[in-house]
Design a protein around this ligand. Structure first.
Ligand SMILES: [Zn+2]
Length: 111
């Protein structure tokens, strides 16, 4: 018999009438997609979009998904996204990012 993993409802996010269960333990806890921590969140992830909206009251952009990423890696992703038609600045920005993202210095750009 296989034991089923029961979701921990204490970690659920209330999203205006819905409850969003936490992601599986082996994926990014911000976007629910498997990626290295130094890589961007998947802005297309439905979990990321709904959880972000519940927290900040707006939908996440690629700038948000990239906000915790080192500038050199951001430039790579920004160029790749632009090649695919995403309107995004080539130069990294920390403004508008997820202030809770690891490695992001609050996002005000102040020294
Ligand atoms: Zn992620």
């Amino acid at each position: 018999m296989v034991a089923k993993r029961q979701p921990d409802l204490s970690e659920a996010i209330a999203t205006g009438g819905m409850m969003l269960l936490p992601p599986a333990p082996d994926v990014c806890q911000t976007c629910a997609v498997k990626h290295e921590p130094e890589q961007p969140h998947n802005q297309q992830s439905l979990y990321y979009q709904v959880a972000f909206h519940a927290k900040y009251g707006r939908w996440p952009t690629w700038d948000d998904a990239l906000a915790h990423v080192e500038p050199d890696i951001q430039r790579f992703w920004r160029a790749a996204l632009r090649k695919r038609g995403v309107e995004i600045a080539l130069e990294p920005t920390t403004k508008g990012g997820d202030p809770d993202a690891p490695g992001l210095g609050v996002g005000d750009g102040a020294p």
